[in-house]
Design a binder for this molecule. Structure first.
Ligand code: NOJ
Length: 730
């Protein structure tokens, strides 16, 4: 199929707009929730009152709606189908925080390309992804959906995901529109409380929260989703300074902006807009082109507003144009329908499953490994107990934002271990305890609900788990938080292991049998009390369809873990937020003792992750001691695998500006490279430092600038990197 460029699409859109009625125009920019349990939308589609649907993933249902749009609506404009393709459709990859832990943007691009292929083959045209919100507070449940705390890592991962989902340009066959979200600042939820109003300084907006969006837009993202919450006392959905002035004016975004679900209507509940018409007017005027709604669309009020002279036709037309351009560039007018028979082979593609396994393997982070307790040798323990509420739970292996996976083929940790040890050991699996949310969330309707155990059942399960540990030569505990305890509306006020898991751990440890711990969670948890008692801890995030295979291969040494933390890991909830990129105080020597009642250092720094082998990094060298603005310098080091396993290390470059017109973070990640080395092998790693890397947004001067002077550079393997050099910027 021929690619249609932007200018040609605009021309075609304008021709269509000239034929549209007001109702068709407002319909074109209205999106409705088409879940099977919602009232049917057939009439609205056939009448041209909807331009897009969300939440349909079945090709036959997509074609059903598409036929109504194309064959029955007056102008035959096809529908655009959007879906939350966050970390896969049927093949589920690790959650985005886990993908970020791979520090491997090529892999992340491939994973999202596979997700896009499955979505497109199903008839989906657009992903509400990637979520590129910087998140620095693990109490916020949606930290799981992004790349963590760091603007540089976040930007690299944002661009990789856009390239994967969308391909080199909008309309690439087999790919879908990428919709980075949520513009802007959603991740700064105070106290981690989802949806709460956010206050961000201009400097934080520009230097922390914006960079991943800039990277996503540079990678060509065709859509942006505006955010729900209020930012600096105005709902983000109504912030013209954000959506129009900054996003379009300054960043040059040319795609379409969609509101978050019900975000337009929400302005009434937020006590910002008076009524639906006011809400619609404010959202459109601010720069949203499409309204995502889970119920009635406020945008249905737009025609009356035009007729009453409150809304210029040109404003409405521009939004319609941006939506039509996306449809035209996606080739929907030429080929609106999906080949239903062709979907299944793509959804079942074994290459996607193999990629999911590699992605899971590369996302695992070995937090702790006292006395090289891991890897275990298969067959040494003849009786293995796999214990914990997450050990054999399919949803908790997949994580949040998963709607149509093939559950039967999901490999849980217990199943992965049993398959790995088949013929070499017996494996007993016991959940021990059950995990439930204390506060219900409407979103649980999308997932399976556990039938709560009776008190007698709970006691029997607990005892069975402890007995299994007692009878085993090796216990593998699989603890953490359940799928429903992570994600949207899953803020947590306590980061310790929920729901009786600590009691289970105590009882299992009391058996005196060897134990290792696999953590499944969407955020760093408070494991301070566990670390001295459990010799090995493998952070596995929610590892996806092939997660259990990846975990088993890692525990038993077929895979050497090389993932790194994309977030600083606090000791306990009292330390959060505790991201590494804070600025210095006037007492920098006391940075580790800012609390009177305990250390102010994290449990593990950003970038941390152990390996079964050891690496040596040579002191780096600069090719020039002075950076002339507009030019670049190179920093080079050599890394050697000095251990006896092949393995991966992530070499990281951090910078700090000593003095200037603003206080800059004590450290900032600016480049990284994941390298794989055989025992004894060594490799040169080279990073190019340019002016853009050392520049920042200055709020007073309202521009990006570069301060001359001295910069510190560190090379190492986490945010505590200590191989130091200085660079002068002329
Ligand atoms: C609300 C979420 O905030 C957003 O990220 C998601 O894409 C929409 N719901 C649709 O499910």
């Amino acid at each position: 199929m021929r690619q249609i460029n932007h200018a040609e699409a605009v021309h075609r859109a304008r021709v269509l707009i000239s034929q549209m009625t007001l109702t068709e125009k407002s319909g074109q920019i209205s999106q409705a929730f088409a879940a099977p349990f919602m009232p049917p939308l057939d009439d609205a589609v056939a009448a041209g009152r909807l331009g897009s649907l969300l939440f349909v993933s079945d090709p036959a249902r997509i074609n059903h709606y598409q036929r109504l749009a194309v064959e029955q609506s007056r102008l035959g404009i096809p529908l655009l189908f959007g879906f939350d393709v966050i970390h896969g459709l049927r093949t589920i990859f690790p959650v985005p925080l886990g993908l970020a832990a791979s520090f491997d943007p090529d892999l992340v691009e491939q994973a999202q390309a596979a997700a896009a292929a499955e979505a497109r083959a199903s008839g989906i045209h657009w992903a509400f992804a990637p979520m590129v919100d910087i998140a620095r507070d693990p109490r916020w449940g949606r930290i799981v959906e992004g790349a963590g705390e760091d603007p540089h890592l976040g930007s690299v991962m944002a661009a990789a995901q856009v390239r994967g989902l969308q391909g080199p340009e909008l309309g690439t066959p087999g790919r879908i529109i990428a919709g980075p979200k949520h513009f802007l600042g959603y991740g700064a939820a105070p106290g981690g409380r989802d949806y709460e109003p956010v206050s961000l300084s201009d400097a934080e907006i520009r230097n922390v929260y914006l960079p991943p969006f800039v990277a996503a837009i540079r990678a060509g993202a065709g859509n942006i989703m505006s955010a729900y919450m209020d930012i600096n006392q105005q709902p983000a959905v109504a912030a013209k300074w954000l959506l129009d002035d900054l996003l379009r004016g300054e960043l040059g975004f040319t795609g379409f902006v969609v509101s978050d679900a019900n975000g337009v209507q929400n302005q009434i509940a937020q006590h910002f807009a008076v009524d639906e018409a006011d809400a619609a007017l404010r959202a459109l005027n601010a720069g949203n082109d499409m309204e995502m709604a889970m119920g009635p669309n406020a945008f249905a009020r737009l025609p009356a507003l035009v007729e009453q002279g409150q809304l210029p036709m040109a404003t409405l037309d521009l939004a319609v144009e941006r939506v039509l351009v996306a449809k035209i560039r996606m080739g929907l007018f030429e080929s609106p329908f999906v080949d239903e028979a062709a979907a299944e082979p793509v959804l079942a593609d074994p290459k996607h499953r193999a990629l999911a396994q590699v992605a899971a393997e590369r996302s695992l982070v070995l937090l702790h490994n006292q006395g090289n307790c891991l890897p275990l040798t298969p067959g040494v323990a003849r009786r293995v107990a796999v214990i914990g509420p997450l050990a054999d739970s399919v949803p908790d292996t997949l994580g949040p934002w998963v709607f149509v996976p093939d559950k039967r083929e999901t490999v849980t940790v217990a199943r992965g271990i049993a398959e790995h040890l088949a013929g070499r050991a017996t494996v007993e699996v016991q959940p021990g305890v059950q995990l439930h949310r204390m506060m219900p969330s409407g979103l649980e309707a999308f997932g399976p609900r556990l039938k709560p155990w009776t008190a007698a059942e709970a006691e029997a399960h607990f005892d069975a788990a402890v007995d299994a540990a007692r009878g085993a030569d090796q216990t593998i505990l699989v603890l953490g938080e359940a799928q429903s305890q992570s994600g949207e509306r899953a803020s947590a006020s306590d980061l310790t292991l929920p729901g009786g898991q600590l009691e289970l751990l105590d009882a299992v440890l009391a058996t005196g049998k060897p134990v290792v711990l696999v953590l499944l969670a969407g955020r760093p948890l408070d494991i301070s009390a566990l670390v001295p008692r459990v010799p090995a801890i493998l952070m596995s995030w929610y590892p996806g369809t092939r997660g259990g295979t990846a975990v088993a291969r890692t525990l038993f040494g077929d895979i050497n873990p090389g993932g790194k933390l994309p977030v600083t890991w606090p000791r306990h909830v009292g330390q959060v937020p505790i991201h590494y990129g804070r600025s210095r105080t006037h007492t920098p020597d006391r940075a580790d003792s800012l609390y009177h009642d305990g250390p102010s250092t994290p449990l593990y720094p950003f970038g941390h992750g152990l390996s079964y082998t050891s690496f040596q990094i040579e002191p780096p060298v600069l090719d020039k001691a002075v950076l002339i603005p507009g030019e670049h310098v190179a920093i080079t080091t050599r890394i050697t695998n000095i251990g006896s396993h092949s393995g991966d290390e992530v070499v990281q470059l951090y910078v700090h500006q000593r003095a200037g017109r603003a206080m800059r973070p004590a450290r900032e990640l600016k480049a990284f490279q994941r390298v794989s080395l055989e025992p004894g092998e060594s490799r040169e790693v080279r990073f190019v430092i340019d002016t853009e890397m050392l520049s920042y947004w200055h709020s007073g001067e309202r521009r990006v600038l570069l301060d001359p002077g001295q910069f510190d550079l560190w090379i190492g393997t986490d945010a505590h990197a200590d191989l130091h050099l200085t660079l002068i910027v002329a």
